[in-house]
Design a protein around this ligand. Structure first.
Ligand code: ATP
Ligand code: MG
Length: 364
């Protein structure tokens, strides 16, 4: 998997950018607010069909005119594909157009055509914040590697919504409790499939993430544990029906899943230091890339935004060493200092300044 070319038009703070990244390590340097994250976001947008940080498509459109466009030439499965996403705003509304090799396609067709593994500072929520962030890690990976997964997620969400709305009707006396039976079955059936896929994903991530973490940290033990719904979900739904009726929501199922992240035997969220937590998240992301490579036969493009900050010199060195394996990597940093000269010499290095990308001057 490789990004061969990228063109941005009126995308966030980029008026017009044309870029041909190198096949291996690409380093983008720039001060705060110059466009480093925006650049990686545009690449992730094509792979995932949604920006991991924009709440609305309209946020992606720059100030020059009412349309933003991202076009990428990618190499996947041995051939070149051109992917284009245009976002047009009309008042408060925005409209998307997706083209693959010049043919109109739907947004949902994008994931899987071009795969990335993205780390950016918001990903620290993976250890710092609630379980929804860890579920999203699993979902983001599974959507890219298993074709039916996105649909399964959607069907489960709709079944859950139906059951929840019925719970409220039954509680209000508008429906008999037996009306819930059919939705219990459906939620349990889809929920079991979802949980099985996530359980397998965590099992696959366990080995590589603990290897990466041990190597970067110099010996700490990272452990993952999937905490999913009960084995017999139908029985659990029936058992919790009274509670669910009282609350008006469904209390068991994969929408409550979590992944416990332990460092040297203790929960990382409450015990690990800032740098240790960052090491754990980066290790999880590197493991995600390994698993995607294993399952698809192609390494995803690694996008690492500001990954080096907060890590001490030894951890930075060990992390950068792990990036020297085959595969394309795009990394951003506010300064060149932490990057070893030997690594820079073998990389494509560019400086970003106010939405333009250029060769770095002698000081850069
Ligand atoms: N839709 C938009 N139109 C124009 N400019 C935008 C838009 N959205 C964001 N920006 C601007 O883009 C600039 C660059 O943002 P970006 O997040 O890429 O910075 P960065 O280089 O990653 O900085 P940092 O090192 O602080 O993370 C910001 O100043 C932001 O205000
Ligand atoms: Mg940034």
């Amino acid at each position: 998997m490789r990004l061969l070319s990228l063109e941005l038009r009126n995308y966030r703070n980029y008026a017009h950018l044309e870029l041909e990244p190198g096949a291996r390590l690409n380093v983008f340097l720039g001060a705060n607010g110059q466009g480093k994250t925006n650049l990686l976001e545009s690449v992730a947008l094509l792979a995932l069909s949604r920006s991991p940080r924009a709440r609305r498509d309209a946020d992606l459109v720059g100030p020059l005119f009412s349309e933003a466009r991202v076009t990428a030439g990618v190499e996947a499965e041995g051939r070149r594909t051109e992917i284009r996403l245009s976002i047009r705003t009309e008042g408060a509304h925005s409209h998307r157009q997706v083209e693959v090799d010049g043919q109109p396609r739907r947004s949902v067709d994008l994931p899987g055509l071009f795969r990335v593994t993205l780390f950016w500072p918001d990903d620290m929520d993976l250890v710092k914040a609630g379980p929804e962030h860890r579920r999203r890690l699993l979902d983001q990976m599974l959507v890219q590697v298993s074709p039916g997964y996105a649909r399964l997620l959607g069907r489960y969400a709709r079944a859950l919504e139906q059951r929840n709305s019925l719970l409220k009707q039954v509680a209000a006396g508008g429906q008999p409790a037996s009306a819930l039976d059919v939705w219990d079955l459906e939620v349990a059936r889809l929920g079991c499939q979802l949980a099985a896929a996530r359980r397998r994903a965590v099992a696959a991530l366990r080995g590589p993430s603990s290897l990466h973490h041990a190597a970067i940290s110099g010996g700490e033990t990272l452990e993952l544990e999937y905490v999913g719904p009960p084995e017999d979900m139908l029985r659990a739904l029936e058992a919790s029906r009274l509670d669910d009726l009282r609350r008006g929501t469904t209390g068991t199922g994969p929408h409550r899943d979590d992944v416990l992240v332990r460092l040297d035997g203790r929960e990382a969220r409450g015990f690990a230091s800032q740098g240790q937590q960052r090491t754990a998240v980066v290790s999880l992301k590197l493991a995600e890339a390994d698993v995607v490579a294993e399952l698809t036969g192609e390494r995803p493009v690694l996008l690492l935004d500001d990954v080096l900050s907060e890590l001490d010199a030894r951890r930075r060195g060990a992390l950068l060493e792990r990036l020297c394996e085959p595969g394309q990597v795009i990394i951003t940093s506010v300064e060149a200092g932490p990057l070893p000269p030997a690594l820079m010499a073998g990389s494509l290095v560019r400086c970003i300044e106010r939405g333009t990308v250029r060769s770095c001057g002698p000081a850069g």
